[in-house]
Design a protein around this ligand. Structure first.
Ligand SMILES: [Zn+2]
Length: 219
């Protein structure tokens, strides 16, 4: 579920839809939470082998730490990638604003944290664009992302958190423990999916079509 002060807007024909702030959203605010309404499609679900559903599921979802596909029930599924994103995935089941987001600004995230399984060409507006998002980005940038997420989490209780009530109680407890006592911190690495047998695992993804010129979950 996206933050209530966001809306869906058409970006252009190439990118399709994107999610934009309708009010100022300060750094440290949870902008997306994995709430109980999100649709989970298990990795071995028959639906994924059905071509009619396969492309829809893989295009509009992200992969969680168990390898399952999480399909948002609201406009969260239209959040686009940016190499200089406005938000990042945390280890706590939500995405956090990593800088102040102005009214009208697009809310983007980094797909490198979403357990992508193939290289994806990028066409984002960052002048230092990585050009391709790779499955290896997770390991490559996790340390850097953790530094940014920790910094943003230090602002967490300075602001309204309308999505807080949708956080699972055990996760909220872990978050509060970290914010109050400083430890333990749940790294973004806890969100990484590590398949036990990648070759077998990729069987389900053989026909996945994600190679569009523009990195997006919308169209
Ligand atoms: Zn980029």
């Amino acid at each position: 579920m996206m933050h209530p002060h966001t809306c869906l807007k058409w970006v252009n024909d190439e990118i399709g839809f994107g999610v934009f702030a309708t009010r100022f959203i300060p750094k440290g605010t949870a902008v997306y939470v994995r709430d109980a309404l999100e649709v989970r499609v298990e990795r071995n679900a028959a639906l994924l082998k059905n071509p009619a559903y396969h492309d829809i599921i893989t295009k509009y979802s992200y992969v969680d730490s168990k390898g399952d596909y999480i399909l948002s029930w609201d406009h969260a599924r239209f959040v686009n990638h940016c190499c200089k994103p406005a938000s990042l995935t945390t280890g706590y089941g939500f995405e956090i604003a990593i800088h102040d987001i102005n009214e009208g600004e697009e809310i983007t995230d980094d797909y490198g944290l979403l357990n992508i399984e193939e290289d994806i060409p990028l066409a984002c507006c960052d002048s230092d664009c990585r050009e391709v998002a790779r499955p290896s980005d997770f390991d490559r940038y996790a340390e850097q992302w953790d530094v940014t997420v920790k910094d943003s989490l230090s602002h967490f209780y300075l602001h309204d958190q309308p999505l807080l009530k949708f956080l699972d109680a055990p996760i909220l407890q872990q978050l509060n423990q970290y914010l109050e006592k400083g430890t333990p911190y749940l790294s973004v690495r806890t969100q990484k999916y590590e398949p036990k047998d990648r070759d077998t695992d990729l069987y389900f993804l053989r026909d996945r079509k994600v190679g569009s010129a523009v990195m997006e979950r919308s169209e």
